[in-house]
Write a protein that binds this ligand. Sequence first.
Ligand code: ACO
Ligand code: ZN
Length: 226
Amino acid sequence: KQDDDQLIIDAGQKQFGATTCSSCGMVYSADNPEDHFQHTQFHQRFLDSIKFVGWKKERVVAEFWDGKIILVMPDDPKYAIKKADDVRLVADSELGFQQLTLSRPEQAKTYLFINTERMVVGCLVAESIRQAYRVLEQPDRHKDMTKDDFMERHRAWCCSTVPEPALCGISRIWVFSLARRKGIATRMLDTVRSSFMYGSHLTKDEISFSDPTPDGKLFATKYSNT
Ligand code: ACO
Ligand code: ZN
């Protein structure tokens, strides 16, 4: 019967195709023992890193129907710094950053987006800077290069050589894979602009992104033009 055939095909796809874990977002193929093992290794560690139990003193800088943004400053208690570091390491490993510590940790402000399920689903590290190099408009794509190839190869030279004044540098921005395209990065940046410098609201021009990834560039371009 047709129904039975359909059942077998579905089962086969479930087992042999790539699966996305609905809690940690990892994409893996369940039939591959090594993949399966890697997922088990990653899953709990990841969920522990982004779990947010709540603190007695939280610096809440924005609130939304689906979460809130808290700011962690360099002189905050150890548990706060530890959580900021844990989440930043998760982000860094996804970004492929090798550097394990911040260049100037005494300067960095970390913004964490906490959702209603008490998970840190967004992390942004902002630092004071004096000048930045504007990212230039992407020239036309070469026909036989894929988008990713092109982006990778041209990352180094698509910045202007003339420094322009800037006040705030975004050295990391990361949103949990299962929480993307919901405006979390946008809301974190809007919050940075209103809270980074006491008593003044930064314009979009006064903020710059350091060495953006392809995702980061698509987002930054959209953000700057709206
Ligand atoms: N492709 C195309 N457009 C995008 C993308 C994308 N991957 N991401 C964002 N945009 C644009 C869209 O226009 C989007 O609006 P829409 O959803 O209505 O179309 C708009 O930017 C706003 O996006 P948000 O929802 O606010 O962004 P999100 O919360 O999904 O976070 C981020 C974007 C941080 C880049 C996320 O994709 C991410 O964490 N990626 C992996 C880590 C990374 O690459 N971070 C940037 C590193 S660069 C740096 O840290 C300086
Ligand atoms: Zn998982």
